[in-house]
Design a protein around this ligand. Structure first.
Ligand code: AMP
Ligand code: MG
Length: 488
C-alpha cells in the first residue's frame, strides 16, 4: 500500500497567532527522536479535523505525530505566557509544547494542533521539554472522556513513543502527545501581556482573542468588558459541569485556564469515586487549594487575575475600570450557582430547580458524603431506579427518597421525560482511577486493549451499554487512597 506523505493528509494550516507582536511566541523545532512509534491515533478526531489518517500507515503517522516530518505548511512556534502557580506569579511559556498551526477544519472551525513533549523551546527554563508515556496517555484518556461527557475540552489526536528515555523520579519512556484546542490562549497569556507593560501588545492580544472566540463583542459599546463577561460566563459553566461529574482538575493555576472555556492541561486530575467535598488527588496540593469543593472559588480567583489584566483597556480612569470589572466579577457566584443548581437539579430529574430545591440536593450530597457513597453510581441508581444495597437499607436515604418523590410528582410530567433528562446528565461511565491506572500499566507493557476499551466506553458514557459494565464498577473497597503525581 502506498504511504501518503503527511503533507497529503489534509493539513490546512493558518497561522493567525503569528500576527501578534513577536513577543507572544518564539519559533520552535520539534526535537529529533530515536524511534517514533505510534501508540494511539484518534482517527475519529482526525476525520473531524479534515485529516485523512486512515490513508497513512503506522510508520508515516509515527513520523508525523512524533514531529519528525513536519507538514509543509506548518509553522512551529512556542507560545509565551505567565501564570499564578499555587498563588505565586511566574513567567512561563510552552516549555515542552509546540504549536504546528491552526487547522481550518471542513466545518470552518480554526483548531490549534500542538505537540506536547516534543523537546525544548525558548521557554523551557530548566526543563527537558519532554513528556513520559504514562501522563500523555492519561491526558489522552481523560480528555477524550471529557469530550464524551459533553464538557468543553482540548482533545487528543495521537500519542507517539519517542524511543528515548525521560528522567523523572524514575526513568520512563518518552512520548509526544498531539492535542487540539479551540485555542491555547490562557488567563496566563493575558498576564504575560499585562506584565510586559506595553499597552499595544495587550490590546493586540485582547483584539485577537475577541476575533477568534467572541467576534460579536467587537461591536459592543464596551468590547473588553463584554469579552470579560463571556470569559466569566464560560468558566462559571465549565466549573459547574466539572462539579456535576465529580471531576477534579488538580492544578487550576492561571496558566491552565483557557479563555475559550475548554478544560486544559490535564495533569494530576481525576474523577472521584466516593463523594467527599474535600477530595484532593494531586500529591503536590498539600493545602487542598484545588480540592473538589474549592474549584468554584478558585475559578473566581483566577477570573479576578484575568480581569486585572484588562483594566487598562476598559477605561482610561483606573478606578472606573476597576469598578466596572468588579461589577462583572461579582456576578460570577450567581452565574456559577445558577448552572450548578440547574445541572444538579437535572441530575435528580428536576426540570428547573430553584433555590428552594437546594436543600434537597444538598441533603443527598451530605448523605453521600457521610455514607461514602460512590458519586457516579448514586446518580445512575436514581436514574434507573435500581438502588444500591446501601440505599435500600439506609433509613436516612429512605426519608430523602420520600421527599424527592414528592418533589418529582409536583412536576406532573411523564416518567420518561424525567428519565431522559436524568440520563442526559448522569453518566454510567467515568474513567475511574483504578481503570486508568490499569490501562496505563498494560499500555506500558505493549497491551493497548484495556486503554482502547476504556476510551471506547468513555466516549459514550450516557449509554447503558452492558459490554462496558465492568468499567462502571467502583474500585474494590480495600484499594489504597488514590494519588496523582505532577511529575508529568
Ligand atoms: P504544567 O504544570 O504542565 O501546566 O506546566 C507548567 C509550566 O512548566 C509550563 O510552562 C510548562 O511548559 C512547563 N513545563 C512542564 N514540564 C516541562 C518540561 N519537562 N520541560 C520544560 N518545561 C516544562
Ligand atoms: Mg500548564
Amino acid at each position: 500500500m502506498a504511504t501518503a506523505a503527511p503533507a497529503d493528509l489534509g493539513f490546512n494550516f493558518e497561522h493567525t497567532y503569528t500576527q501578534l507582536p513577536t513577543t507572544f511566541y518564539s519559533d520552535a523545532t520539534p526535537a529529533r527522536i530515536s524511534a517514533p512509534k505510534a501508540v494511539v491515533v484518534n482517527h475519529r478526531l482526525a476525520d473531524e479535523l479534515g485529516l485523512n489518517t486512515d490513508s497513512a500507515d503506522s510508520d508515516a503517522l509515527s513520523q508525523l505525530f512524533g514531529g519528525q516530518q513536519v507538514p509543509e505548511n506548518a509553522r512551529p512556534i512556542a507560545q509565551a505566557y505567565a501564570g499564578h502557580q499555587f498563588g505565586g506569579f511566574t513567567m512561563l511559556g510552552d516549555g515542552r509544547a509546540i504549536l504546528l498551526g491552526e487547522q481550518r477544519t471542513p466545518s470552518g472551525d480554526l483548531v490549534d494542533i500542538q505537540f506536547k513533549g516534543s523537546g525544548q523551546t525558548a521557554y523551557s527554563r530548566r526543563g527537558d521539554g519532554r513528556a513520559a508515556l504514562g501522563p500523555m496517555l492519561r491526558e489522552y484518556i481523560i480528555s477524550e472522556a471529557m469530550h464524551g461527557l459533553g464538557i468543553p475540552t482540548t482533545r487528543s489526536l495521537a500519542v507517539i513513543l519517542t524511543g528515548d528515555p525521560v528522567y523523572r523520579e524514575t526513568i520512563q519512556r518518552g512520548a509526544v502527545l498531539t492535542r487540539t484546542a479551540a485555542s491555547h490562549i490562557r488567563v496566563g497569556t493575558f498576564q504575560y501581556a499585562a506584565a510586559l507593560q506595553r499597552p499595544e501588545a495587550l490590546k493586540a492580544l485582547a483584539d485577537y482573542a475577541i476575533q477568534r472566540h467572541d467576534p460579536d463583542v467587537a461591536s459592543a459599546d464596551q468590547p473588553y468588558l463584554a469579552f470579560l463577561r463571556r470569559v466569566i460566563e464560560r468558566q462559571a459553566e465549565l466549573i459547574a459541569r466539572w462539579q456535576m461529574v465529580g471531576f477534579i482538575h488538580g492544578v487550576m493555576n492561571t496558566d491552565n485556564v483557557s479563555i475559550c472555556g475548554e478544560t486544559i492541561d490535564y495533569g494530576p486530575c481525576a474523577f472521584m469515586d466516593k463523594y467527599h467535598y474535600e477530595t484532593v488527588f494531586s500529591s503536590i496540593d498539600h493545602g487542598g487549594r484545588y480540592a473538589y469543593g474549592q474549584q468554584p472559588l478558585i475559578g473566581q480567583w483566577n477570573l479576578a487575575r484575568f480581569a486585572e489584566t484588562l483594566i487598562p483597556l476598559i477605561h482610561d480612569v483606573q478606578d472606573t475600570a476597576i469598578e466596572m470589572a468588579m461589577e462583572l466579577l461579582q456576578q460570577y457566584p450567581d452565574l456559577f450557582e445558577g448552572h450548578w443548581l440547574t445541572g444538579m437539579g437535572h441530575k435528580i430529574g428536576l426540570s428547573a430547580a430553584t433555590e428552594s430545591d437546594r436543600p434537597l440536593i444538598e441533603d443527598l450530597m451530605s448523605w453521600m458524603q457521610s455514607t461514602e457513597s460512590d458519586f457516579t453510581q448514586t446518580f445512575t441508581a436514581l436514574t434507573t431506579g435500581q438502588h444500591t444495597e446501601l440505599m435500600q437499607s439506609d433509613e436516612q436515604f429512605r426519608q430523602w427518597h420520600k421527599k424527592w418523590q414528592r418533589r418529582i410528582e409536583e412536576q406532573q410530567e411523564p416518567g420518561e421525560v424525567r428519565s431522559a433528562r436524568m440520563r442526559s446528565v448522569n453518566p454510567f461511565l467515568i474513567p475511574r482511577n483504578h481503570r486508568v491506572e490499569a490501562a496505563l500499566v498494560s499500555a506500558d507493557t505493549g497491551d493497548l486493549n484495556p486503554l482502547n476499551n476504556l476510551v471506547a466506553g468513555a466516549s459514550d458514557p450516557y449509554s447503558d451499554r452492558q459490554e462496558f459494565a465492568d468499567l462502571r464498577e467502583p474500585p474494590p473497597p480495600d484499594s489504597c487512597r488514590y494519588r496523582t503525581f505532577c511529575g508529568t
